[in-house]
Design a protein around this ligand. Structure first.
Ligand code: PRP
Ligand code: MN
Ligand code: MG
Length: 181
C-alpha cells in the first residue's frame, strides 16, 4: 500500500500536540458539565478521531450519537450545499448536547447543524471543534471549545481527508503538490 508520509509537505501539528490538547479540553468539559450527562453528537466522517479520543479522555459518563452531513463532496472547496446523509438515532429534546467536529472551515456545516438541532429543543447545545480556520469563516458560529486555530491551508489527518484519504494520519499535515496533480 502507498505510504502516507510520501504525500506530505509539512506537519502542522504532531499527534502528541493533538492528544495533549484533547486532554485539556476533556478536563475542561468534565469540569463544566459536572453532575450532568452529555450527549456527544459527532459529525461523520471527520469527527471519528476526536470523538474517540475526547470521550475516552473524559472522566464523566457520556452518550454518543452520530450524524452524517456532507458539504464538501470530493474536492477541497465547500460546495455550499449541506445534506443530512444520516440523522441521529437519539431524541435530543431536553438533553445537554455537544456537537463534536474535527474542523470549522467556512462554518457552513455547523451553522446549518446548530439551527437544525435547536429546532428539536435540547436543554443546551454547545460546540467542540478540534481545529478552526478563523480566516475562512463566512458563517459565524458560537463555539465553546476549540483545539487549535490554524491557517487557511488545506490540511489532512486526524480525521481530515482529501478525497476520502489521509484521515488515518496521526499528525495534521499539508499535502505535497504532486498529490493534487
Ligand atoms: C468537513 C469537516 C467539517 C466541515 C467543515 O466535512 O469535517 O464537517 O467539512 O467545513 P465548513 O465549516 O466549511 O462547513 P466534509 O463535508 O468534508 O465531510 P467529512 O467529515 O466526511 O470529510
Ligand atoms: Mn465533516
Ligand atoms: Mg471531508
Amino acid at each position: 500500500a502507498a505510504d502516507i508520509a510520501d504525500d506530505l509537505a509539512h506537519v502542522l501539528l504532531t499527534s502528541q500536540q493533538v492528544s495533549d490538547r484533547v486532554a485539556d479540553l476533556a478536563a475542561q468539559i468534565d469540569a463544566d458539565y459536572a453532575g450532568r450527562e452529555l450527549l456527544m453528537v459527532g459529525v461523520l466522517n471527520g469527527a471519528m478521531m476526536v470523538m474517540s479520543d475526547l470521550t475516552r479522555a473524559m472522566k464523566s459518563h457520556c452518550y454518543i450519537d452520530w450524524m452524517a452531513i456532507s458539504s464538501y463532496g470530493s474536492g477541497t472547496q465547500s460546495s455550499g450545499v449541506v445534506r443530512i446523509l444520516k440523522d441521529l438515532t437519539t431524541d435530543i429534546t431536553g438533553r445537554d448536547v455537544m456537537i463534536v467536529e474535527d474542523i470549522i472551515d467556512t462554518g457552513l456545516t455547523l451553522s446549518y447543524l446548530i439551527q437544525n438541532l435547536r429546532s428539536r429543543e435540547p436543554a443546551s447545545i454547545e460546540v467542540m471543534t478540534m481545529f478552526r480556520k478563523p480566516d475562512a469563516i463566512t458563517s459565524a458560529v458560537d463555539v465553546r471549545y476549540v483545539g487549535f486555530d490554524i491557517p487557511t491551508e488545506f490540511v489532512v489527518g486526524y480525521g481530515l481527508d482529501f478525497d476520502g484519504r489521509y484521515r488515518n494520519l496521526k499528525d495534521v499535515a499539508t499535502l505535497a503538490p504532486h498529490v493534487y496533480s
